[in-house]
Design a binder for this molecule. Sequence first.
Ligand code: BGC
Length: 811
Amino acid sequence: MSEDGAFSVEPWCVRERGLDLDLLASSESLFALSNGHIGLRGNLDEGEPSGIPGTYLNSFYEARPLPYAEPGYGYPESGQTVVNVTNGKLIRLLVDDTPLDVRYGRLLGHERVLDLRAGTLTRHVDWKSPAGSRIRVRSTRLVSFTQRAVAAIEYEVEVVDKTVRLIVQSELVANEPDPQRSGDPRVAAALENPLVAVEQDVHDRGMTLLHRTRSSGLQMAAGMDHLVEAVGEVSAASTATEDWARTTFVCNLEQGQRLRIVKLLAYGWSNLRSTSALRDQVAAALTGARHTGLDELLAEQRAYLDEFWDGADVRVEGDPEIQQAVRFALFHVLQTGARAEGRCLPAKGLTGPGYDGHTFWDSEAYLLPVLTYTQPQAAADALRWRHSTLDLAKERAAALGLRGAAFPWRTIRGEECSGYWPAGTAAFHINADIAAAVTRYRSVTGDETLEIEVGLELLVETARLWTSLGHCDVEGAWHVSGVTGPDEYTAIVNDNVFTNLAAAHNLRSAAEAAERHPSLAGDLGVSVEEMATWRDAASAVTVPYDADLRVHQQSAGFTRLPEFDFEAYGGKYPLLLHAPYFDLYRRQVIKQADLMLAQYWFGHLFDEADKARNLDYYERRTVRDSSLSAAIQAVTAAEVGHLDLAYDYAYEAAQIDLRDIDHNSRDGLHIASLAGVWTALVAGFGGLRQHDGLLSFAPQLPDGITRLRFTIRWRGLWLGVDIEPDRATYTLRNGRDFSLSFRHNEKHVTVTTGEPVTERISKRPPMLPRPPQPPGREPIHRGNARAQRLQPMGQAMEEEHSAGLSTSTFR
Ligand code: BGC
């Protein structure tokens, strides 16, 4: 974690002053731009130095064998790894005969700004070459939300003190060398030269490189085009080889003169279209972008984001760090899902190669709840993608001897890619998470069409899976045995509460949806008897409870397992890198919120006293070795009145990448944790819940946050929620004469357009004292964190110049 915060705290941007090369790899993830289709890591324009070079196209992957020391039946044989595709970000600059490289000469100023409203990454460089020529570079990069195949870079060089010759080489480079990777299983498998050249197309102003993967049979095209402006003459020449293409611009500039180049980029890939069709698609995208022009691309980008923020912004008063973090988080969640359109939402978005670029349950359980309330069409697209993989999921279920569909634990294209079945295939709850995302989408948006299009079939096939995974005992209780719940330190268990309740919800939802669409359900072969089986299983579901301790058991027998000896591991976390799974699995140690997730999602099935005791019990055993944990712990802590603890967890989720808390942001951002920031604030302090289509709020602010405002989309309406310490005001923002009913705590409230309703808040004191965590796993105490010295704000670059900073790595 960067102790003093490498970025200044500002409400609408993330600004890095100076350049710390030790933080380069993680800042490349933070400064990544994406629209869900194209992802550009925030690598420096000149390409070097770099932490991890990265350019990604959603779902463009290479297949590779998954080797096993001891293979077994049903083990997936092929893995999928996201490819670092042709890099179009490269713009190399030579000042006379010296390349701009921040490691040489004198770096007089360096600043990068991720602007969350403009949707751009800007960079300012003030550099003196070893030969003594001073130049300033200003670049602005965007990945367009409105033109899905397009990215653009504006690159402007100003000559500061003497006449120089500038040479700008704008490039496309395929098969960039991959840096050394660590032994951490969470980083990606190394792929050497994954792209095979297919064709190079050199045209008037730019060029296109076409490549294919060796094994997965995918083909891609990357094209570039340029617009150039300078006072005098600029000569240009282009060359291309199999793996690189370059356009070189040369000009002589005098003191104060500028060279401005706009580089337009377009990307496309396909497993079906011909080489010529792909080439033409990229050429068309470039022509479209050129026709639009950079100013208009920037204006479109801002307009797209204005609309997003209008309906999604969360405003936090009293805590500027959380304010910045929640907007940063929402921006990256949007970037992950905005234009994925029929592709998956990877756990790292398109910000880095971590986890091989795979999507997990993170998508349906963490991202889609946020997108459903803020950008519902992106949630619908993600569910369409899941549905597009249904045949593969049915094949997988059949291979496992199960009915219905078994969706993969981790994948890019739909095939199971997890080689470790206890924390992969056995985590069947992903199927119920998908079902929950389907029902949530319908309840929140009121849109029935998605259910007809894809939802019903997803619900039916996942329900069928549960009937073959579960069984009834002699007493008629329904169990699910031998599966793994969300907590990956407790595997292959019986009756995991989260899995059981989610499965029951899946079964019930399938029956209800089938009832709503009898003819469609009939086409899927659903009979009245099958629906009755689903309902019977759901109503007989087993929820293990320890009557002596008066707490729920995360899974049957959990509370009777031996305790974990935390001292023996001397505070070395994450435990997965230091302790054998043998020891983790047989003891009471929890990687991430599991029973707490059940308590949040299915809160109406738990009574208040159980909730408080459960939290107290599981807090002491949860090590948060997954970044998915803190946000859920924030929500459940807030619900039982531990507002300070909730605040600490919300802060941890919020800072996971901005402060690189887990020391692995270099591999890509923790998108689920970022989605969790919204969840911690809106469901934690806002108390938002939605059970069976009933909307409710139970707001309470922790000391330190003085006001919290957010908007959610509910059935076509925009509901604004404004929380102050003693009151909450609800406002309906749409048109005229609409009304919406919901609960504020236990009270039934109706709000009408133009007539906000204000309700009183009284804090609910916690039933039990604040619980401790395992040694060394206390969350950062928000009070202490706030006392830490933060980067001063508002310092202009000029001040840095006058301070005479001259090393290439300074902050
Ligand atoms: C967590 C999983 C998660 C995965 C990807 C793991 O560490 O335990 O729950 O799906 O990371 O984010």
